[in-house]
Ligand binder design. Structure first.
Ligand code: AMP
Length: 191
């Protein structure tokens, strides 16, 4: 099962992606987590990435496409994956389409998690208090949500046209959202 989640920061995308991955035994591929791990490793690349993530801007398409290409080639992704945080731009979506075409695979389902900005902001500010992420400040949150609407949200239409898009009302509790996701996944599985 190849699953993709789209949604603004604070939509619960990471939480839901983890649950899907656990339930279906597929790796959770979260580009934000991968980038933060690289920053922790304190390499030249990590030092280059840190100010970009801290400011809420996007990392270059070339770097991200390379990162995902390598990750999808790893053995654990051979039977499926739950992709979270990629693609975020039109160029990344085009690259993913052609990568999947090359290896003869398809996205079985694309979930678009929908939550109003004010709810996202409140959730991210709560996460800031709990986890202290450098990019969860009010200014950077506004920057990231703006980037989402400008660069990433148009991809929802791209996947709507290519099929398999499922919209999810993600303003509810984690369990309620996951139940809706499960229903959709079961429909895909029996297809
Ligand atoms: P996230 O944990 O998904 O909110 O990602 C944290 C940060 O990592 C983002 O604000 C970007 O700076 C960077 N990032 C993650 N995924 C991507 C991507 N696909 N393209 C560009 N930048 C990304």
């Amino acid at each position: 099962m190849n699953v993709l989640l789209l949604g603004p920061q604070g939509s619960g995308k990471g939480t839901q992606a983890k649950r899907i991955a656990d339930e279906y035994g597929a790796p959770h591929i979260a580009t934000g987590d991968m980038l933060r791990a690289t920053i922790q490793s304190d390499t030249p690349l990590g030092r280059k990435l840190k100010p970009i993530l801290d400011s809420g801007r996007l990392v270059s398409d070339d770097l991200m496409i390379e990162l995902i290409r390598n990750r999808l080639e790893e053995a654990d992704a051979a039977n499926g994956f739950v992709l979270d945080g990629f693609p975020r731009t039109w160029a990344q979506a085009q690259a993913l389409d052609s990568m999947l075409r090359e290896i003869g695979r398809d996205l079985n389902v694309v979930f678009a998690l929908q939550v109003p900005d004010d709810v996202c902001t409140q959730r991210l500010l709560k996460r800031a208090r709990e986890e202290g992420r450098a990019d969860d400040t009010p200014e950077v949150i506004a920057e990231r949500l703006g980037t989402y609407h400008r660069e990433t949200e148009p991809l929802v239409d791209h996947y709507r046209t290519s099929g398999n898009l499922v919209g999810i009302h993600a303003g509810r509790s984690i369990n309620e959202v996951f139940s809706e996701i499960q229903v959709a996944l079961e429909q895909v599985a029996v297809r």
